[in-house]
Design a protein around this ligand. Structure first.
Ligand code: PLP
Length: 446
């Protein structure tokens, strides 16, 4: 074994890899990270942990990037990724539409001032309340996802009314970051299949209902997709179906909704879907498929969720315990699957980072786990963190803006974390922490 002489001056630390962090992230001093000019450590001190930080300008910039990458396209934000009143206002001010899938999301949006005509209602099983509220508020479109919905919706609209609808189609394209988020094939619950003819049958029935105006077709092939090819395959299948509808009914459908699913990088080195390339390729494919079919090019609609808000969010946790078990080092934090169920649901992995203090300690492999009573409550099985990590340290997890809090639960009665917006050097509370009083208020029996 040879030992290298120590350099007279320590080598400068490698610059921090901030590629998956909000664009405004800086490291003014070693170990200290700021987002939108606000030190994350200060947010943890002021609001406690766990806490979620949302970079408002990152969300707004992502909205603008979509609008400029996709000209002549209606861009709808998929509300299920994350919703609160502030988010609704940002999306409205940036000129996007909104995709909702329940009366709850719809009501929050409209009471928050979002114009109902720019809202699309989805859902594979819409309740009578979902449909009644959508009709009462006058949503722009309702996406039909099952045959039984057609007569139900037509009856609810009433003889004098007319509702614009789309039909959700299963194009038979498999794509997505995990089996549980692939929605373009016949073996999952969403949509009506082209292959077995249910889509065509539903379209015929919708066209026969004078209370329903069919504006176009919808598909959503999956989520966390990082390749444009599944979208191009979907375009070809959907245009094929639009051509069949034209031949059979003489109807030209004016809109085509390709859903969302645009993938993002969760850890340095991972690939995100290039939306400029997506736009170019999809519009070229659409133009050529329509030319071949002899159809005018329909107006495009897309529905990104994760890609608009995911990279704008950062989760903050305190370390509660560090212990060695076998050959592993377990680092337990004060949150976990009740604020972020994604690792347990889809096996996804994050890259947590120590913040708030500088250290010269060498890096080590650690398993970062949550505080919940489930062995699957793992944030990262293979995090690289300083070997002197100890209780009381602060960890920050980037790319925490989508499908964390919107899927959060009351598990172990820990209470859901607050959401803090940062912008131009200031932090403000958007959603307060859930208290035990909030949780117990619903428990009304003995
Ligand atoms: C979930 C969903 C989206 C958004 O998916 P992302 O992966 O967050 O972009 C869009 N449209 C529909 C119908 C969805 O179900």
């Amino acid at each position: 074994m040879t030992t290298l002489p120590r350099p007279a001056h320590p080598a400068p630390a490698a610059p921090p890899d901030l590629t998956v962090w909000p664009a405004s992230t800086e490291e003014p001093r070693p170990g200290s990270l700021t987002v939108a000019g606000v030190p994350l450590q200060e947010i943890a001190e002021r609001f406690g942990t766990p806490a979620y930080v949302l970079d408002e300008d990152e969300v707004r910039t992502r909205c603008r990037t979509y609008l400029s990458a996709f000209p002549d396209t209606e861009v709808l934000y998929a509300a299920k990724a994350f919703l609160c009143r502030a988010m609704i206002r940002w999306i409205d001010e940036e000129g996007l539409g909104l995709d909702v899938c329940s009366a709850g999301e719809l009501e929050l949006a409209v009471t928050g001032g979002f114009p109902p005509h720019r809202i699309v209602l989805h859902g594979n099983a819409k309740s009578p309340q979902d449909l009644a509220l959508a009709l009462r508020l006058g949503v722009g479109r309702i996406v039909i996802d099952s045959p039984s919905e057609i007569a139900r919706l037509a009856a609810a609209v009433g003889p004098a009314g007319r509702q614009r609808v789309m039909v959700r189609v299963v194009p038979g394209v498999s794509a997505g970051g995990h089996d549980k988020i692939r929605t373009g094939t016949e073996d999952q619950k969403f949509g009506l299949s082209i292959r077995d003819g249910h889509a065509q049958h539903a379209i015929t029935r919708v066209l026969g209902q004078k209370q329903l105006e069919l504006t176009g077709l919808h598909c959503h092939v999956g989520s966390q997709i990082t390749d444009v090819r599944p979208y191009l395959a979907a375009v070809r299948r959907m245009v094929g179906l639009m051509a069949a509808v034209h031949r059979r009914h003489g109807v030209v459908l004016p809109e085509l909704d390709l859903g969302g699913g645009h993938g993002i990088a969760y850890r340095p080195g991972e690939q995100a879907l290039d939306i400029t390339e997506l736009s170019r390729a999809v519009r070229a494919e659409l133009a050529s498929a329509c030319a071949t079919a002899g159809l005018p090019v329909p107006r495009l609609i897309i529905e990104p969720g994760r890609a608009l808000v995911g990279p704008a969010g950062v989760a903050l946790y305190h370390v509660l315990a560090v212990k060695h078990t076998g050959d592993r080092v377990f680092v337990a934090v004060d949150g976990g699957m009740s604020d972020n169920p994604r690792p347990a649901l889809y096996g996804v992995r994050y890259a947590p980072r120590l913040i708030g203090r500088a250290t010269e300690a060498p890096a080590a492999r650690m398993t970062v786990v949550g505080r919940h009573c489930e062995a699957g409550d793992i944030l990262s099985p293979d995090a690289t963190l300083p070997s002197d990590l100890r209780p009381g340290d602060l960890l920050a997890v980037p790319v925490a803006g989508a499908y964390h809090l919107s899927m959060a639960s009351a598990y172990n009665l820990v209470g859901r974390p607050p959401v803090v917006a940062v912008r131009e050097g200031r932090a403000r509370l958007l959603v307060r922490r859930e208290s035990l009083a909030d949780l117990t208020a619903r428990d009304v029996g003995v």
